[in-house]
Design a binder for this molecule. Structure first.
Ligand code: SAM
Length: 342
C-alpha cells in the first residue's frame, strides 16, 4: 500500500488544492493515504485540530439498549443470523435511569444505540426522549439504524439533537456484498432526511472491508463532505468469529488514523471520535489516538448485565460498569495526553 511520494510535497499539494478549490480531489486523498511516511500530514491534522478544538476532547456516553437486530450485515455480531448471541432489550424506565446516572456523572451527551430493533416504535422512543429531556439537560444522539422519515421527524420534535448512521462504505458493490438486507441508496437517503430535519448528522465508515482500496476510502471521505456531516465515526473492521467475515483480517489502525487525519484537514469542524474499534486494536500501542485529529471519545454506560451481550465485534474493553469511575478514569487519561476533557 505505501507509495513513494514525498511527504512534504503531499502537504504542499493538499494546501494548494484547499486554497484553490476548498476541497481535495479523490486522487490526492487516495495518493496521500498510501504515502510511505505520513508524519507531516499528521502534523497538519493536529495543527488544524488544535486551531478548531483548542485541545478539547468531548466525552460522550453510549447506552446500548438493545442487541436485537433485523438486519443481516455480514460483518456485525448483532446480525439476526447469529443464533449464538443471547438477546436483550432494556425497558423505557431503565433507559431513562441509566441516562440520568450518566448525566449525574458529568456526561453532557448520551448516545442511545441499538441494533435495528422494531420493538422500539416511534412512540416508545419518543417517550424516552421526552422523559430524559424533562428531567435533565443532556443532549441526545440517536443511533437506531434506518427508519422512516416520519419517525426521524417525530423524534426530532420530541427533542433528539443528533443522529448517527454510518454509511459504512461508499462503494455500491462492496455495500451490496455486505448488506443483503438493504441498499446504499436507502442509507444515504436516510442521512439526507436526517440532515434536512435539522439533526446534527453523523455518518462514518469502516476501514478494512473486503475489496476496499485507497480510492474507496477517498470516496468515503468525500461522501462525508457531500452529506455535510457534523460528525463521522471512522473505525477499523474487526472480525467477529460468528459472522460470515470471521476469516477476514482486521482493518489497519494506521490506515484508520490516516483517514481520520485527512477528514480533519478537509472538514476542520467535523467531530471525529477516536472510535472504540480503534481503541480495541490500539491497545498497548504507545501512540496517542487523538494526535491524528480526533476530538471525541465515547464511553459505555450500558449496565453490566448487558455489556458483554452487545458484541458487535470481540473487544474485551469496558466491562467495568461503574459509570462515575469510568468517567473519571477517562478524564485522567485525556489530561495525561495534555488535552482537556469536556
Ligand atoms: N443499528 C445501528 C446502525 O445500523 O447504525 C447502530 C448499531 S451498529 C451495530 C453500529 C456500528 O457498528 C455500525 O455502524 C458499524 O460501522 C459498526 N460495526 C459493526 N460490526 C463491526 C465490525 N465487525 N467491526 C467494526 N465495526 C463494526
Amino acid at each position: 500500500m505505501p507509495k513513494q511520494v514525498n511527504a512534504d510535497n503531499a502537504v504542499k499539494r493538499i494546501r494548494e488544492e484547499l486554497v484553490a478549490g476548498g476541497t481535495l480531489s479523490l486522487g490526492t486523498l487516495a495518493d496521500t493515504l498510501a504515502l510511505d511516511d505520513f508524519t507531516e500530514v499528521y502534523r497538519l491534522a493536529d495543527q488544524v485540530n488544535e486551531e478548531v478544538n483548542h485541545g478539547v476532547v468531548r466525552i460522550r456516553a453510549i447506552l446500548e439498549f438493545s442487541n436485537v437486530c433485523r438486519r443481516q450485515c455480514r460483518y456485525c455480531g448483532l446480525n439476526c443470523e447469529n443464533k449464538k448471541l443471547e438477546r436483550y432489550q432494556m425497558g423505557e424506565d431503565e433507559m431513562v435511569q441509566t441516562t440520568l446516572a450518566a448525566y449525574r456523572a458529568g456526561y453532557q451527551t448520551i448516545v442511545l444505540q441499538s441494533g435495528e430493533d422494531p420493538y422500539y416504535d416511534k412512540e416508545m422512543i419518543g417517550r424516552v426522549i421526552r422523559e430524559i429531556k424533562a428531567r435533565c439537560g443532556i443532549s441526545i444522539t440517536l443511533s437506531l439504524g434506518e427508519r422512516t422519515k416520519e419517525e426521524y421527524a417525530y423524534w426530532k420534535e420530541c427533542g433528539a439533537d443528533r443522529y448517527l448512521l454510518k454509511h459504512e462504505t461508499s462503494d455500491p458493490e462492496i455495500y451490496a456484498a455486505l448488506h443483503p438486507c438493504g441498499t446504499l441508496e436507502n442509507r444515504i437517503q436516510c442521512l439526507r432526511w436526517i440532515k434536512e430535519l435539522g439533526y446534527e448528522t453523523g455518518s462514518g465508515f469502516m476501514i478494512g472491508l473486503p475489496g476496499q482500496t485507497c480510492d474507496t476510502i477517498a470516496g468515503d471521505i468525500l461522501l462525508l463532505r457531500e452529506l455535510s456531516c457534523d460528525m463521522a465515526g471512522i473505525g477499523p473492521f474487526i472480525a467477529h468469529p460468528d459472522t460470515a467475515l470471521k476469516d477476514q483480517p482486521n482493518g489497519s489502525t494506521e490506515l484508520t488514523k490516516r483517514a481520520v487525519a485527512l477528514s480533519r484537514i478537509l472538514m476542520p469542524h467535523l467531530h471525529l471520535p477516536a472510535t472504540t474499534a480503534l481503541g480495541v486494536l490500539s491497545q498497548g500501542e504507545k501512540s496517542d489516538v487523538f494526535s491524528c485529529g480526533a476530538d471525541v471519545v465515547m464511553r459505555k454506560v450500558t449496565p453490566g448485565a448487558y455489556r458483554r451481550l452487545y458484541e458487535i465485534y470481540p473487544s474485551g474493553l469496558g466491562l467495568d460498569d461503574d459509570i462515575v469511575k469510568g468517567r473519571m478514569e477517562l478524564e485522567d487519561a485525556i489530561r495525561q495526553l495534555g488535552k482537556q476533557p469536556l
